[in-house]
Design a protein around this ligand. Sequence first.
Ligand code: GDP
Ligand code: MG
Length: 599
Amino acid sequence: YPIERIRNFAIIAHVDHGKSTLADRMLQVTELVSERDMRAQYLDKMDIERERGITIKAQAVRMPYKSKDGGEYLLNLIDTPGHVDFSYEVSRAMNACEGAILLVDAAQGMEAQTIANLYLAIDAGLEVIPVLNKIDLPAARPEEVAKEICALLGGEPEDILKVSAKTGIGVPEVLEQVVDRVPPPSGDPEAPTQALIFDSIFDAYRGVIVYARVVQGRMHPGEKIRMMATEFEGVIDELGVTSPEAIPINELGPGEVGYLTAAIKGVGEAKVGDTITLAGKHAAPSPLPGYREPTPMVFSGLYPVDSADFPDLRDALDKLQLNDASFNFEPETSVALGFGFRAGFLGLLHMEIISERLDREFNIPLVTTAPNVAYTVTLNSGEVLKVSNPADLPDPNQIDHIEEPMVDAMIYLPSEYVGAVMQLCEKRRGTMLKMDYLTEERVELRYRLPLAEIVFDFFDRLKSSTRGYASLDYEPADMQVANLVKVDVLLNGEPVDAFSSIVHRDKAYEYGKAMVSKLKELIPRQMFDVPIQAAIGSKIISRETVKARRKDVLAKCYGGDISRKRKLLEKQKEGKKKMKAVGMVEIPQEAFVAALSLG
Ligand code: GDP
Ligand code: MG
C-alpha cells in the first residue's frame, strides 16, 4: 500500500458510549471478521476487560477497505483505553494517528471524558470526526446532542454522522469519512528509523509484544533495535500486523502500524511513549517528543490475609509487573498487618484492576488498605522526604511543611446542578479555575483540587449530587503546601498503623469521629470490650467502644476438646473471610477501607 492510501485513526469516547461495539462493526464492514466468527468486543482481549466492558490496553487492527469510489485503502484502527487513569496512554495512542472519531452516545450526550479526550486529540493535531451513536435507542436525542458537539467543535449539526453501532446503520459512512477527511501519514522512508510505542503486552510464550507506529525510516525482522528511553537493545524476531490475528510481515515503513517481538522480558523495557530506533550508527539522533515515565498517583498497602502467602504475593506482583510498567511496589512492614507491599497505581481504577487480578488470577486473599496519595515533607532540618504511607509521616515537631499533589479537574454537567457541584468542590478544598457555559444547559467547570480529596469518594458524591448527570476527568497539576495532620486510630489502646490517615487539620476532628463510628459498625464484637480511639499525636480526639459479645461459640468449649473447637473455628472462618487478626482483635477487610465510605 502506498502511503497516501493509509489512514490511521482512533476512536475516542466516554466509557459505554459504544467504542468497542463500533470497532466490532468496522471489522465486519471491512470483512475482516465474518458474521459467524464475530463475538462482542472482539478487540478487548483480557477477561477483565470483557467482563467490565472497558478497554484497558490499547489495541490496533489493520483493515483493508475498498471505498465507494473503488479506491483501496488501509485503515489502522487504534483502540485506546477510555479511562482517566490512562490518559497518558490515550495521548500516546493519539500521537500514532492522524484522525479520531469522536463517538458520543446520542442518549447520554457529551461527558467530561469525551471532552478531555477531544482536547487531547486537538493537542495531537488530529482531524476529528464527530459521530453520534445509539440512534436506535428511543431515548436518543441526536439533534440536541449534535448542537452540543457543534458548540465545542464548530460545524453544522446536520453534518454530524448519526449511527447505531449495534445495528450497523451508518457505519459504512463513518469509514467513508475516515477515508475522505483523515489525512494520510507522511514520513521519509530513508530517514533514521523512529517508531512510537503506543502499547506493549506481555505474552508468556513470546515475551513482550510491542505495538508501534513508524514515524520515519523502516524496520525489518533481524534488525537490531534500541528503545531510546529505556536503552533496551535487541534483535527483531518477528515483525507483523494485526488483521485481526497476527500476520508476520517483512517491512514496516512510515505511517504503518504493527507489532514486533525482540526477546523483551518485561513491558518495563518497552514503555508506552518510548521511541524505537535502530541500534548503532543508523540510530536516530533524538527520540520522538512526549515520552513520560509512568508516575503512580495513588498508593495502597497490599497484605496477604495469611502471612504464609507472602512469597506467593511477591511472585504474583512480579508477574503483574511484567505486564504493566505503570504499577510499582516495594516491601513494607506493618505492625498491625505484618509483611506486605506498598504499591503505587496510576489511579483508583488501575488499583482496582490490579487487586482484582491478584484475587482472580493468583487467588491470594488480600487486605488492601485505604488508598492515599504521596506527600512531599520538608523537615525542620531541611531534609525532604516522599511519604506514600501515612504511617511513615514523621513526628509533627520535626516537620516544617507538607505539600500534597493537586489535580486540575474538569466537570461537565447540566447547568441546574452547578450550585451543588460548586458546594461539593469547595468542601473538598477546591479552587475554581473556570466556568464555561457551552450551551444554555451544559456547563464545563474547572477546579484545582487536592488529589487526596478526589481519592476519597469524590466521584460518588459528584454523581449523587447531580443525579448521575455530571462527569469528571482530571489531570495531575502541581504540589501545594497544606495544613495536614496524621490521624491515628487505636484499637484496644494500640495504634493500628494501617488505619492512619493524613487529613487537613480543619477536617481532622470530623474525620476522626466519623472513622471511629464507622469502625464501631464494622468491627464485630469480640470476647472483650474493644475501645476505638482516634488521635492526633498523643491527643485523643474521639472514642467509641465495641461491647463484648455475650454468647460466644468458643465460650462453651473452654477446656473442652480441641478438635471440636477447631471445627467451630473452621465454620466461623467461612463467615469472616478476609478477617485479619490485629493483636487480639479480628478485623474484617472492609474496616481497612472504611475511610473511603465516610462522609
Ligand atoms: P465502550 O465502553 O465505549 O467500548 O462501549 P461498548 O462498545 O462496550 O458499549 C457499551 C454498551 O452500549 C454495550 O452494552 C453495547 O451493546 C451498547 N451499545 C453500543 N452501541 C450501541 C448502539 O448503537 N445502540 C444500542 N442500543 N446500544 C449500543
Ligand atoms: Mg470498550
